[in-house]
Design a protein around this ligand. Sequence first.
Ligand code: PMV
Ligand code: MG
Length: 332
Amino acid sequence: MKKTISVQTGGKLYLAGEYAVLTPGKTALIKNIPLYMTAQVSQATHLQLKSDMFDYAATMTADKGYALIQESVRTFAAFLDKKVEDLVPFELSISGKLEKNGKKLGIGSSGSVTVLTIKALATFFEITLSKDQLFKLASYTLLKMGDNGSMGDIACITYDDLIAYTSFDRDAISALLLEKSLTTLLDMDWGYEIVTLNPRLTADFLVGWTAQPALSSQMIKNLKNHISVSFLEETQKQVLYAKAALTKGDKDILKASLETVSDLLASLSPAIYTDKLLALKEASQDLDAIAKSSGAGGGDCGIALSFNPEDTATLKERWEKSGIEILYQESW
Ligand code: PMV
Ligand code: MG
């Protein structure tokens, strides 16, 4: 066991497939965002948990703020086939909350702390976890907590890469949580697929922040009954077009498919495209670029792909005029 270790996990943003991916077997394209949170673990006299999200520390005594971190610790102990109290005592300290002026950036997720905690403990206890194991352990933890997401965020954060994530049946796996041991569950095929993608296009990838925090879990609750079979089928078709276009370098198909998934999102509910997200999207009009809302919508972030430097500059100017902050930019 090392004295002090430090690990990081980044953020994520959806490119395509939002809401549809909540249905098992549907695919989303999700991009890693290299803005990182850090966890440090060191040996201590008693187990202690600290996070810069809160102005107090916790132990394993029930605490609302620390519940997800505590459940992640429990998952890790169960993975070692131990009780938490039988682990060598440690202090886990999490910092780098993804927010600005007290407002969340909307590029992480409440669930990402689960990946960070499990990754940190595995490093501290010198256990090598495959990406697949880390994804399953984090998903297991979130399912136990009643998370209603697709786990696409967890997949992207675990892989820290641009991925195509095809979701598994969370209800089916949740039903097995009480029946099966963690070891058995980890050995099972959950039926998801995670593929890393290498974009073969020259483009600027931009992240625009509305500074209007939105709660994905609430958006999912409000909108899940609006998801129709035709929405699912159309979205899946376009996501697969976009996936192929990314790796083949077909700009026109990529733009058209992302435009269509954006229209499909707009048709799902007017709650997705807030005024600011509409402005973010409309900023790409008449440019060689595509911009859309990312994730659950209702605030948070949007993304854009721009295919020449002049248009990137114009898009950024338009965003700034609409009060949209550029959080991150990278060149492909
Ligand atoms: O708002 P975000 O970035 O957390 O994305 C939510 C995406 C949804 O498809 C709406 C929900 C999910 O968990 O897949
Ligand atoms: Mg969001």
